[in-house]
Design a binder for this molecule. Structure first.
Ligand SMILES: Cc1ncc(COP(=O)(O)O)c(C=O)c1O
Length: 398
C-alpha cells in the first residue's frame, strides 16, 4: 500500500520503543530496572482522582467547548497568576489532549514549507518531528554539558536567515534536565523579538525545579520589557502525575490560540471532559502532593547524580530540574563488550538492557552522541540496583 509521504518523513518515537522492550522483558519474567520512564512513578493525587469521580457523577461526560471548558481555562489563568505572576485571560488559553497536542498544533498553525525553525540539541524527540510534519525544516544547534546545554547567541546568529520563522526552547529540558540561566533565555527572547520569530516555550517541567525559583520565559520577557511573541506550553502530566489523563494547555496571543483551536476542532473536537474537570482541581486545589513529589525528586536527583559520577569514566552534570540525569558515556564509544564494538549509545543501551536488564534511553536519539538518559522516576534502592548492574557491564568493556 502507498502511504502519504509524511509517514516516511516522520520518525517513530524511539523512547516509546525502549519502554516497550523493557516491558516485554518484564513480561517474560525478568527483573528489569527501568530508567527509561518519562513519567512520575507516583499515582495522581487523591483530590484530583476524586474530582474526576465527582465530574462523572455530575454528568460531565459530554463534549466540552473545543478550546476547553471555560472553568478550566479560568483555572489556568488563576494558576498562571498565582505561580507565574502573569495576568492572562481565558481566550488566550487552549486546552488540548496533552501538551504534546498543543505543541503539534502550534507547529501546524505557525509553520509551513520553506520555513525554518531553530531547535537545540539535545532535543526532546518530538520537536524536529513536529516541525517536519508541518513541512518546515528543523535547524539544529549543538550545545554541550560544559555550558549547561545552553547555546551561544553567535550560533543562533550563524544559522538565522530570512526563512527563520521560529525557535523552540525547553527549560527544564527533556532529556538533559538542565535549567537554562535566566540571562540566556533573555538573550534568546531578545533575538527573537528583533527578528520577529515566534518562540515556542515548552515549560512542561516548570514546577520540577530543585535549586531556586524558576521563572518562565513569558515572565522574563515581561520583566525585561521584551515584546517577543511567545507561545507558552504547559502540561498536567509531570507536575501532577497525570500522564494518562492527557491534558495540557497553551497560552499566548489570542490570534494564535484561535488558529490552533480551529485545527484542534477538526482534529479531536476537544480534550477529555473528565480529565478537564480533574485538571481544575489539580490547578487550583491543594498543592501539597506536588510539593512532596518535588522534594522526593530532589533527593533522588542528588542520589542518582552521585551514583553516576562514581562510575568509572562517566561524568554527569547536576540537572536543575525535571527527573532526568544525562551522563556522558563517551569514553565507552568505539570500545568493545565481549567482542562486539560499541558504535554509539544505542549499542550501549542495548547491552545495558540485554545483559543487565536495565532500561535507559540512548542520547544519540536526542542528538547527543555518547550520552544516556536515566530517569529517576524510581526509588533510591532501585536506582542503586540499576547503577550496580551498569557498573558491572562497563567494567567488562575493553
Ligand atoms: C519536553 C516535553 N514536552 C512535552 C511533553 C508532552 O507532555 P504531555 O503528556 O502533556 O503530552 C513531554 C512528555 O514527555 C516532554 O518531555
Amino acid at each position: 500500500m502507498k502511504f502519504a509521504d509524511r509517514v516516511d518523513k516522520v520518525k517513530p518515537s524511539f523512547t516509546l520503543e525502549m519502554t516497550s522492550r523493557a516491558a516485554e522483558l518484564k513480561h517474560q519474567g525478568h527483573n528489569v530496572v527501568n530508567f527509561s520512564a518519562g513519567q512520575p512513578d507516583f499515582n495522581t493525587p487523591e483530590n484530583i482522582i476524586n474530582a474526576a469521580k465527582d465530574a462523572m457523577d455530575a454528568g460531565l461526560t459530554k463534549y466540552t467547548p473545543g478550546s476547553g471548558m471555560i472553568e478550566l481555562r479560568s483555572a489556568v489563568c488563576e494558576k498562571v497568576k498565582r505561580e507565574n505572576e502573569l495576568v492572562i485571560s481565558p481566550d488566550q488559553v487552549l486546552v488540548s489532549n496533552g501538551e504534546k497536542q498543543s505543541l503539534y498544533l502550534a507547529c501546524q498553525s505557525l509553520f509551513q514549507k520553506g520555513d525554518e525553525v531553530i531547535i537545540f540539541k539535545p532535543y526532546w524527540v518530538s520537536f524536529p518531528e513536529f516541525v517536519t510534519l508541518s513541512d518546515a525544516t528543523p535547524v539544529l544547534i549543538d550545545t554541550s554539558s560544559e555550558n549547561n546545554f545552553e547555546p551561544e547567541i553567535s550560533q543562533i546568529e550563524e544559522v538565522k536567515n530570512n526563512n527563520t520563522k521560529g525557535i523552540i526552547i525547553n527549560s527544564p529540558s527533556n532529556p538533559t534536565g538542565a535549567v537554562w540561566s535566566q540571562d540566556k533565555i533573555i538573550e534568546i527572547l531578545k533575538i527573537a523579538e528583533k527578528n520577529d520569530w515566534i518562540v515556542i516555550s515548552d515549560e512542561c517541567y516548570e514546577r520540577l525545579v530543585f535549586d531556586g525559583q524558576n521563572v518562565i520565559s513569558q515572565k522574563l520577557a515581561d520583566n525585561n520589557d521584551i515584546k517577543a511573541n511567545i507561545l507558552t506550553c504547559m502540561s498536567m502530566s509531570k507536575t501532577y502525575a497525570m500522564t494518562g489523563w492527557r491534558i495540557g494547555y497553551a497560552f499566548g496571543k489570542v490570534e494564535i490560540i484561535k488558529a490552533m483551536s480551529k485545527i484542534q476542532g477538526q482534529a479531536t473536537s476537544c480534550a477529555n471532559s473528565i480529565g478537564q474537570a480533574a485538571s481544575i482541581e489539580a490547578l487550583i486545589g491543594s498543592q501539597e502532593e506536588v510539593e512532596n513529589m518535588i522534594n522526593i525528586f530532589k533527593k533522588r536527583r542528588d542520589h542518582m547524580v552521585k551514583a553516576l559520577n562514581d562510575l568509572p569514566e562517566v561524568s554527569c552534570s547536576v540537572p536543575g530540574g525535571a527527573f532526568y540525569a544525562f551522563p556522558d558515556f563517551g569514553y565507552y564509544m568505539k570500545k568493545s563488550f565481549r567482542g562486539k564494538t560499541i558504535l554509539n549509545s544505542f549499542d550501549l543501551c542495548d547491552i545495558f538492557l540485554n545483559e543487565g536488564h536495565v532500561a535507559t534511553i540512548p542520547g544519540d536519539g536526542f542528538g547527543a552522541p555518547g550520552y544516556v538518559r536515566f530517569s529517576y522516576a524510581i526509588d533510591e534502592k532501585t536506582i542503586d540496583d540499576g547503577i550496580g548492574r551498569v557498573k558491572k557491564i562497563i567494567n567488562d568493556i575493553k
